[in-house]
Ligand binder design. Structure first.
Ligand code: FE
Length: 171
């Protein structure tokens, strides 16, 4: 009988030759420069920027009273609240630490953090794009994974982390 109850790792040749590199990182960074400013009191921290499938996962950090301006999602979004709480102006529920949220494709909403919450952090997986709309519902802007990469790159140059810093998140 084996003295160890642990299984052996599979041989490296079991992995396909074109396998992409895994991503492993400390999700909430120690270095505040990793947070990319989006709006007043709103930052995002890239985790995975997938240019092949057209989605990105990131942490969103919002301090009261921050607002993510009104936008429409043509593709599904998944979220998991890590800290604090937030809500959409369009719904009567409040997402709190530990909650999972699914945003169905087609939904238009406005994310807010109220004064009674100092800071929220939520993990989001956003597919496709976010379409920013004005008060009449007309599209006035958009963001996708490529725009996010450009935004990160500019920010990381500005804060001294360098243009290549964003590359570790791109697959
Ligand atoms: Fe959204």
């Amino acid at each position: 009988m084996s003295t160890s109850h642990f299984p052996k790792p599979v041989p490296p040749e079991w992995q396909p030759p074109d396998l992409m590199r895994e991503v492993v990182l400390t999700a909430v960074p120690e270095d505040d420069r990793v947070w990319v400013p989006l709006h007043p009191n709103v930052w995002f921290r890239p985790l995975l920027l997938n240019v092949n499938a057209g989605y990105w996962t990131s942490l969103l950090k919002v301090r009261a009273a921050g607002v993510v301006s009104c936008h429409r999602h043509p593709a599904p979004v998944h979220g998991y609240v890590i800290k604090g709480k937030w809500r959409y102006l369009e719904h009567d529920w409040v997402a709190k630490a530990g909650d999972y949220v699914f945003e169905p494709p087609g939904e238009t909403h406005t994310l807010v953090v109220d004064e009674d919450c100092e800071e929220m952090i939520t993990w989001f997986l956003v597919n496709g794009a976010m379409l920013y709309v004005d008060e009449t519902g007309k599209q006035v802007g958009y963001t996708d994974v490529h725009e996010r990469i450009a935004l990160c790159r500019k920010h990381y140059i500005d804060v001294g982390l360098g243009a290549d810093y964003v590359n570790q998140f791109i697959r």
